[in-house]
Design a protein around this ligand. Structure first.
Ligand SMILES: *Cc1c(COP(=O)(O)O)cnc(C)c1O
Length: 448
């Protein structure tokens, strides 16, 4: 099709399905379909039936803005894509608790006012070995609150190697400053020793903070004290040691410390996320010593970081799966995705390749190739999981714009498919496309 063969907006609006829609919506849909078709023609692609495309635009304008997407990036815990997919049991609990009323802050036995924190404290204690536990809105909030409650106006010692940026401009030194605590840097970027902390302790010191390096590694001439060494120093000076784990795996994973291990090594407070390796809803978990948690519970900031009943319902269900200790990967999608074998992913690619080939036509080659997935969200940044991808390449000589346009079209589908471009090819890592996602993937292609 050439640019001048494109229909006009008025011609498109003569279609009765478009004409039946409210005029401003139909108009916007027709214009959007035409704009995209022009772009595609310029990029050398065939735009297809414009009425169908306008109808698809209309449908997407009517669809909710926050919606489901298919993750073909190969990054399992992808913050931009909503991090951990929830367990069925967690979703059921959200529906049940959210649909009506609950005992959120009511003690059923006494009929007195209760605390929303009571529902999860026991199970968190059991799972981590902590004396006490608290749940807030997210891990950044948990850290902010812990520092504010324990160290406002006083010093917190942190290694220069751990003054990190987690992502989206979230930096540990900034959080520390907003908590009202004073940051005291110890050691150097690559080497910090236990003695560096010891030397920096003075009467104004309120806490020692360890931050899991999460999204990067320092290699070469490096040194870090073990957590137990820091704990010994903290204990000698009667100071709390806070360990910000971030990912907070519950099932042991190489290189990712669990909250239980951190507490056992002597941390007084451990903070971690609910929606990273734990595989639950967005939440910040704080576990540790009774006295420290009690201080945090009294801090007015706690109210500002309060966790919702929906989060508590989903988190409780997720924690109960861990507590039950059986069939974890079957019941927790995040673990299933982590453990998915290359053969299983290859089979998924084989099922999806033909529909994709049929839809993209002869101008593209769709190959099935090995690739490597990542855990994401700062967990084991160097670790690569063997995976398989559908790799879309333009046939013959084509500019990079062509593959960008395929990427954009997939992203624009009713259920957006998110892949990544590398070397004039679009890589769709199938690790995070679960069998139940496959029908959506295939149906979707009709709109491509
Ligand atoms: C991800 C992360 C956080 C922040 O967690 P959110 O749940 O995103 O608030 C804090 N600390 C570390 C070490 C992290 O990896």
């Amino acid at each position: 099709m050439r640019l001048r063969d494109l229909p006009s907006v008025d011609e498109l609006l003569r279609d009765e399905r478009l004409a039946a829609a409210p005029r401003p919506l139909a108009l916007a849909a027709a214009r959007a379909a035409l704009d995209r078709a022009r772009e595609e023609i310029r990029a050398g692609a065939e735009p297809g039936d414009l009425v169908e495309r306008a109808l698809a635009e209309l449908e997407s304008a009517r669809a909710p803005r926050l919606r489901r997407a298919l993750n073909a990036t190969g990054v399992i815990i992808h913050t931009n894509l909503g991090r951990a997919p929830l367990a069925d049991a967690a979703l059921e609990r959200v529906a049940e608790v959210g649909r009506g009323y609950s005992n959120l802050e009511l003690e059923l036995e006494s009929g007195m006012r209760g605390s929303r924190q009571d529902h999860l404290a026991d199970i968190l204690r059991r799972l981590t070995g902590a004396e006490a536990a608290l749940v807030v809105n997210n891990c950044a909030g948990a850290l902010l609150l812990a520092l504010a409650a324990l160290a406002e106006g006083r010093d917190v010692l942190v290694s220069r190697g751990e003054l990190i940026e987690i992502g989206d401009g979230f930096r540990i030194p900034d959080v520390l400053e907003r908590s009202g605590a004073r940051l005291v840097e110890v050691g150097t970027t690559n080497r910090t020793r236990a003695a560096d902390y010891e030397r920096a302790i003075r009467p104004e010191t309120a806490a020692l903070l360890a931050v899991h390096q999460s999204n990067f590694r320092v290699v070469g001439f490096t040194e870090r004290p073990r957590l137990a060494e820091l704990a010994a120093i903290a204990a000698r000076h009667e100071l709390p040691l806070v360990d910000d784990l971030g990912a907070g795996a519950f099932a042991p994973l190489e290189d990712e410390p669990t909250a239980r291990e951190s507490l056992a090594a002597g941390a007084d407070l451990v903070t971690f996320s609910g929606d990273k390796l734990l595989g639950g809803p967005q939440a910040g978990l704080v576990v540790g010593r009774k006295a420290a948690i009690a201080k945090i519970r009294k801090d007015p900031l706690k109210r500002a970081l309060r966790v919702s009943k929906l989060t508590l319902a989903a988190l409780e269900a997720t924690l109960r799966i861990y507590a039950s200790g059986h069939r974890l990967p079957e019941r927790l999608p995040t673990l299933a995705l982590l453990m998915r074998s290359r053969e299983d992913i290859r089979a998924a690619c084989a099922r999806l390749a033909d529909p994709l080939r049929a839809r993209l036509g002869e101008r593209f080659e769709v190959a099935i190739e090995e690739c490597a997935s990542q855990i994401g969200s700062g967990s084991m940044p160097e670790e690569r999981l063997p995976s398989m991808a559908l790799v879309v390449r333009p046939q013959g000589k084509a500019s990079g714009r062509v593959i960008e346009s395929v990427e954009r079209r997939l992203r624009g589908l009713p259920v957006p498919v998110i892949g990544r471009i590398a070397g004039n090819a679009l890589w769709l890592d199938a690790r995070c496309l679960l069998p139940q996602d496959e029908p959506s993937f295939v149906d979707n292609l009709k709109s491509l």
